[in-house]
Design a protein around this ligand. Sequence first.
Ligand code: COA
Length: 666
Amino acid sequence: MADGAFRTLAVIGAGNMGSGIAQKMASEGFDVILVDLDEEKVARGLRGIGKTLEDGVERKLFTPETVTGILSRIRGTTRFEDLADADLVVEAVFEEIGIKRDVFARLERACRRDAILATNTSSFAVTDIAAGTASPDRVIGLHYFYHPAKNRLVEVVAGAKSSADAVRRAWTLQERLGKTPIRSKDSCGFIVNRFFGPWLAEAVRILDEGIADIPTIEAAARQAFGIGMGPFELMNVTGIPIAVHTDDTLGAAFGPLHGTPDRLRAQFESGQPWDLGGDPDPSRFDAVADRLAGVTFYIASALVDEGVGTIEDTDIGARVGLRWRRGPFELMNHYGLARAAALVDEVARRWRIPVPGVLSSQAASATPFAFTLVRREDADGVATLTIDRPDALNALNEAVLAQLRSAFRAAAADPAVSGIVIAGSGKAFVAGADIRFFVKNIEAKNILKIAEFTRAGQELLLEFQRCRKPVVARVHGLALGGGVEMALACHYIVATPRATFAFPETGIGIYPGLGGTQRTTARVGRGLAKWLVLTGETVTAEQAAAIGLVDRVVPYEDLDAAVRACIAQGPVTSRTPHAVPDAYRATAARYESTGIETLRASEKRLGYKAPIALRLASELIDGGEGRPIEQGIAMELTHLNEIFSTADAYEGLSSLGKRRPVFKGQ
Ligand code: COA
């Protein structure tokens, strides 16, 4: 098997978790073997997958043909011998160490020596499970969250003997599966359950101590954490026994703050769900929120102190896995660190436990937690700068730009660096500029801030372009708007077949402002640049290569080698547009020679775009052809105030992800 290449994946255990994991793997194009002990369990798992996918067809998420394709890739079996081809296996059987160890012993016999063996355990240490095997180097943890075909979070866990290579390969596989991986130490509850279990327990204590009733706790928690369901409703939906199991396990490892309150155990024993009825009492909201926040802040700080996870991964875990509006550390910043620290002190006093260091030292410094959004990794003289905001598909905001600028400048000035790679973490490359930043500033009537952001972005991309060292965009997934513009400013764009490219701007009321109306022409010519920018057409990596938008398309496993080959060629200082391929000639000619009003009247798809944005984008592309890039991007800036002041820009940006915008040409 070539390094990083995964073709056949397998899941042991066809229960809810196992079949959901198998479904996701097959949806992403992998062949999957789903194993369970008896035929009936396998059949039930496959029926469950079929049903979930059928629901998806009804909700128009998939076509019936897609579902047939997905199902055809999953093979159910009871025979471990069928796993001979598997490249990676995820064990998702009953949470009992003896059963798991038995499964791993059988896997070791059935699988190739280079196959990765992963456990989806939530209550045991990976190291303990691996200890029963003869090859613990290839045993790792992959902890998925319910429903694993929908919830993007996965905790990737190295056991004491796991090889770094197995962990790295499994990590890249999660990105290819569209997951958002975070790294957790092999510690009980890993990152997310470690604070989520006690968060549930604290809600029960708040009830038990008479601080508030259930409807009040529910409403207060929903409001404070920005979630759809409060702790009691969540326990009813996901199962009170699971909450008890989690807290029992954590309590045994970390003591009573993490343990199961008597009232929770009594509810479990009664077999009844929590009664959610009644009216909330808003006068108790703050008291409830403070108690829940205090425990969350305490445990999040403790786990960071212990090196279980980083502040970034802890927050991503909460946002992606639990759908909290803010992660614990962002929430501490929001509360103000002095107040957050006071709540944590209170928890420490109540439970007679030490105050964790990370929050108290941060509070003492009087600056909020700062999150690392750009990572630099160096190997063989190549610095890879990875935008690391996977839960927002690496969307560009002010903090990302600022960190990218300093990382880029440092790499460009570093004599040990001969080439620079720009990459994205998670499933996407970069999904454009941060829409929320735009919406917030339009609402605050602060378009100047958007202009400053755009200018800073333009300047940074100019630094990419002018860099005397080769700069390569490594595009392994979605590139939208500002993401495409960032790639276009690099000397080379190398993509995998899964990468896609589009300029969605005119469909959300704006135009590309980071050089997209200029550098696209330099690569594909004016006709196709107009076609891409005005229609917002999504092009696949293959199409992008055919028209010259990207330089190379290679399978994922060859991506790093292709990036290095580009670096070896040195920087690109000038560029002539790629010849328009025959298949695109008519389109290119039409867009190049037809006025925007005629195009709007004749092309139905342009009817859904914002008219002012179309006109300005078209003018910018026409006006930029043949001009130096500095002049072209200056023109983009000139119209920025105008475009962001339109009602259509606000309509387009604020309706994204909610409804189709209705543009009025104003
Ligand atoms: N700005 C801010 N947040 C963004 C973003 C952007 N440009 N693109 C994606 N995100 C966020 C989403 O809001 C979502 O956040 P949530 O989990 O808090 O809801 C998260 O990233 C994951 O995105 P999601 O929509 O769930 O992923 P998807 O794969 O189903 O859809 C897109 C991906 C790209 C189609 C969709 O997110 C989108 O249309 N994004 C905006 C792209 C855009 O217009 N960019 C150009 C800006 S100039």
